[in-house]
Design a protein around this ligand. Structure first.
Ligand code: ATP
Length: 230
């Protein structure tokens, strides 16, 4: 069973082709890495999956449904930029999320905050970039969603926060859910991926099971990435 089915997806911004005939199926229960350099189309693909952008052509389904209210309800999305209000404390952000999403698990949120060394009384404006990223990820992972979509979850955070974020992703992932993670920081993240997809100029140039690719290419996913994009 596939959680995501993408057929011949093309997205143009004016004359610029950001996605060029992408075909991709993602099986339920997997953690999939979408890997590619700046401008390869990762964010465009994610924004189409979460319904923020419409395809120019092609079809996209999540859990067998076209993108819409039903698919949005089962997808928990970490955008590549901050989405909280400045007046909030961490606890307000939790309240905001739990009011908004019926599947928000407050106990899970508390546990994630502890794991991330975040205090509920901290103000959003007082958080460093890494703390902000940890908070946003805690909110996103606290939903009992069927599909988690994380756009560059470790961009710009220090190694300690990075390890916490990777730990939280692994601990909170269950076989009942699926996860799509975009990154260009392949070396730091490759161990969490079951499958990887390499995106270049809006097209998939290589995809497969991470372990199989390591064996076939006799090296880490990071070195395959450097071969392709280096
Ligand atoms: N709103 C837009 N208008 C015009 N072109 C755009 C727009 N958004 C993205 N693009 C172009 O589409 C291509 C894909 O961009 P996209 O943001 O999807 O890449 P990305 O892989 O997510 O890159 P990054 O890692 O830098 O976030 C790029 O060439 C970009 O310049």
């Amino acid at each position: 069973m596939n959680i995501v089915e993408i057929n011949n997806l093309t997205k143009k911004y004016g004359k610029k082709i950001a996605l060029d005939g992408v075909d991709l199926n993602i099986e339920k229960g997997k953690i999939v890495g979408i890997l590619g350099p700046n401008g390869s189309g990762k964010t465009t693909l994610i924004k189409i999956l979460v319904g923020l952008l419409r395809p120019s052509s092609g079809s996209v389904k999540i859990n067998g449904e076209k993108i819409g209210v039903e698919t949005k309800a089962i997808v928990s999305y970490l955008p590549d930029r901050n989405f909280l209000y400045d007046w909030m404390k961490i606890k307000d952000a939790g309240k905001f999320y739990s009011d908004f999403y019926g599947d928000f698990d407050e106990k899970k949120f508390e546990e994630l905050l502890t794991f991330m060394d975040l205090n509920k009384d901290m103000k959003i404006t007082e958080l460093s970039k890494g703390m902000n990223e940890k908070l946003n990820l805690s909110l996103v992972l606290s939903r009992n969603a069927e599909l988690y979509i994380l756009d560059e979850p470790i961009a710009g955070v220090d190694p300690v926060a990075r390890d916490q974020i990777l730990g939280a992703i692994i601990n909170n992932y269950s076989k009942d859910s699926s996860m799509i993670v975009t990154t260009h920081l392949v070396r730091d993240m490759e161990n969490i991926f079951e499958d990887v997809v390499f995106l270049q100029n809006g097209a998939i140039v290589l995809e497969g099971n991470a372990e199989d690719l390591r064996n076939e290419h006799n090296g880490q996913i990071d070195s395959i990435y450097k071969e392709i994009f280096g």
